[in-house]
Design a protein around this ligand. Structure first.
Ligand code: HEM
Length: 661
């Protein structure tokens, strides 16, 4: 720690000490949630780690129960920050879902929000009129009903990704060192390709922008590079160490005179300025590009163009949202009020009366669009990395998972060597995923439900979500008023006492502890075992079978149990801030998973030892990111499963290349 940071801490602690003495016995009168004993003044700061905090939080939950509290600075201090961890499904749903109205705010982060310019990104906006307007826009683009519109895009990007993977594998390799091992770079080539896949897919959906080169070419694209740069700033710099900076604890630091900025303590100020400039550029440039394309009439349908074209209707519906809650004046930057008219030549005619609403709409739209990009990048990349990690484990155990998945997929794709010659070999498509079945509705009629065509592949995907856990502590919510809660009784605590949750507490849904719960998933929670989701023949019969006798209660109870054990009920967060991208990512990751299972073999890399003999490289994978459970780079040997699979991929890739030109 440099001397100035040290001085600031001393000063802050002295101030806290003063407040501590002044606040006297105030805290004794309330019963806070249990938790490790906070130290005088600093509270539980020493209990926090920036690496894999979810593991520590899970072990605290085993001692203190499904709701416990840590505190930054001692809880008796008015400036202390309570951190509350919820570690069971019931507690998460009771608070974050059922009491969603007071548990949907977001922490006000001075560094990330105000100084680096992220305060208008959806994941950072406080709960109120702005976040409701933004979520409404997201719903218009990402609802279940909208996803089929993206099918072509998703299939094209998936084909491109597979082609890129195989051509990277056959390319002559240079050497790089991802961890303590030195590996030929072809074993790591999947990493930039996943980033590109996630980036391209999102750029197409949001802005209608197609990167003009195929996946087999090394690409420097203005928007992709800009996006990559900003994601790196967001997750590896702004959010490094959990996203809490000294200035978040001592906000007065932000007002330091410019002359102080050369001192290490204040170096965050020039950094924040530089990062903010990049963030704003990334918000503005692709959005301006869409508007220019629209003026020329050359745009492709996208989230932005569709909403701009229908802005009249959107603005009217936003006015309804706004009436529910008074708008904050600060939502609308004044320069936008005058700039709106210039963009709308082929979308909407503005009058001075509605200019303000349109300006607000445009402002919301461009920040919402950008938020989708920021929120989808790391999460999608992390999911695909979890998939590869899981398949490496499977390969170690003889490849049983892949074998079972292929038994299902090959019937449709014709990719087995002994597949019937009548089936033309092809990649899986999103239309293959479900079959419609009609089941009795208990009232003499039928209802149509979607039955997965490949139950084992579905189970693999569920297990990737569960075993990997992309955002293990969820994104923090903020409690907007004091609350009292009685946790559900449990065998170890049959008569739980009410706990007091202080306004302003940050609430972490510990998704990791839920998805590693032995009670929910059995003793082998650390194993990758898709079989845990397969329905018994009886359950299958009740949910989808032809019925002589229909028992509605049993049907509902099986569905309830299934939902409780479905990782999707947790991995996308809770309540009013639940991930709006889940329908999109559910489709894109499903297709990627099904396509990879169908066509490529995944193994641990082999390298030649000094003795000239091949040896398998087993890397210890670390998870250093403090928000996403993104593995540090690890090597994977990816090869086409057969000549037939190679041909199918190359053919699909040619289609993708033709479209991108
Ligand atoms: C593997 C993929 C993904 C996972 C596991 C995931 C998970 C999450 C989680 C846990 C949250 C926090 C929810 C909460 O605060 O309770 C979240 C928020 C969010 N996600 Fe996702 N996400 C994924 C992909 C996406 C994609 C593809 C998009 C957009 C296209 C997206 C857009 C967002 C946005 C905008 C938010 C902020 C919502 C708000 O604060 O109101 N996500 N996501």
């Amino acid at each position: 720690m440099d001397p100035l940071t040290f001085l600031a801490l001393i000063f802050g602690l002295a101030w806290s000490f003063y407040l501590y003495n002044r606040s006297g016995k105030r805290a004794d009168t309330v019963r806070l949630p249990p938790g490790p004993k906070p130290l005088p003044l600093i509270g539980n700061i020493l209990d926090l780690t920036s690496k894999e905090l979810w593991i520590k939080a899970t072990s605290f939950a085993q001692t203190y129960g499904p709701i416990f509290q840590l505190s930054i600075l001692h809880p008796s201090l008015p400036i202390s920050q309570p951190l509350i961890f919820l570690s069971s499904p019931d507690v998460c749903f009771d608070l974050l879902d059922k009491k969603g109205g007071i548990y949907a705010d977001k922490p006000k982060l001075v560094m990330a929000g105000e100084l680096c310019g992220c305060e208008n990104m959806v994941a950072f906006t406080g709960y109120g009129a702005q976040s409701r307007r933004q979520r409404k826009l997201l719903g218009m683009a990402l609802s279940k009903e909208r996803i089929p519109a993206y099918q072509g895009l998703i299939e094209r990007e998936t084909a491109g990704f597979l082609t890129g993977l195989l051509s990277a594998h056959s390319a002559s390799s240079t050497v790089s060192s991802p961890s303590e091992h030195t590996l030929p770079s072809r074993f790591l080539a999947y990493l930039p390709l996943i980033r590109r896949y996630a980036g391209q897919l999102t750029l197409s959906v949001i802005y209608g922008y197609t990167v003009p080169t195929s996946y087999t070419q090394i690409v420097h694209d203005e928007f992709l590079d800009m996006a990559e740069d900003c994601l790196d700033i967001l997750s590896n710099r702004i959010a490094s160490g959990g996203g809490i900076w000294l200035v978040d604890i001592f906000p007065w630091l932000k007002g330091a005179p410019k002359a102080f900025e050369s001192l290490p303590l204040f170096s965050f100020l020039p950094k924040a300025r530089a990062w903010k400039a990049k963030m704003v550029e990334f918000v503005e440039k692709p959005f301006e590009w869409v508007k220019t394309e629209m003026r020329k009439g050359t745009h492709k349908p996208s989230f932005c163009s569709t909403l701009l074209e229908n802005s009249d209707a959107v603005v009217r519906s936003q006015a309804v949202v706004a009436k529910k809650q008074p708008r904050r004046n600060s939502d609308i930057p004044p320069e936008l009020l005058s700039s709106w008219a210039s963009i709308s030549s082929n979308s909407v005619k503005t009058t001075s009366a509605n200019a303000k609403e349109y300006a607000q709409f445009e402002f919301d739209l461009k920040w919402t669009a950008n938020s989708m990009y920021s929120a989808s990048g790391d999460t999608t990349v992390t999911s695909v990395m979890h998939y590869f990690l899981a398949l490496l484990h499977d390969a170690d155990r003889g490849g049983e998972v892949v074998r079972k998945a292929r038994l299902e997929l090959d019937l449709v794709t014709g990719l087995a060597n002994d597949s019937l010659p009548t089936i033309k070999p092809r990649l899986p498509s999103l239309s293959d995923r479900y079959v419609d079945v009609d089941i009795p509705d208990g009232k003499g009629g039928t209802r149509r439900v979607k039955k997965p065509r490949f139950p084992y592949v579905e189970a693999v995907m569920s297990e990737v979500w569960r075993w990997g856990v992309v955002v293990p502590l969820n994104l923090p919510h903020r409690l907007t008023q004091d609350d009292v809660y009685i946790p559900p009784p449990s065998p170890s605590n049959p008569h739980p006492s009410p706990v007091f949750l202080r306004k302003g507490s940050l609430i972490f849904g510990n998704i990791w502890s839920i998805l590693r719960s032995k009670e929910l998933f059995g003793d082998d929670v650390d194993d990758f075992r898709p079989e845990r989701y397969l329905l018994s023949p009886h359950e299958e019969e009740v949910l989808y079978g032809p019925h002589d006798h229909y028992d509605e209660d049993e049907y509902e109870s099986i569905k309830r149990e299934k939902r409780k054990r479905d990782p999707r009920s947790y991995v996308f967060g809770f309540g009013r801030r639940q991930c709006p991208g889940q329908n999109l990512v559910e489709s894109s990751v499903w297709l990627l998973t099904a396509s990879l299972l169908s066509t490529v073999d995944v193994r641990r890399p082999c390298v030649e030892g000094e003795d000239g003999k091949e040896r398998v490289v087993r890397e210890k994978v670390e998870f250093n990111n403090s928000v996403f459970r993104t593995p540090d780079p690890f090597g994977v040997d990816i090869r086409p499963r057969s000549e037939k699979a190679l041909e199918v991929i190359m053919l699909a890739g040619e289609g993708e290349e033709a479209e991108s030109l």
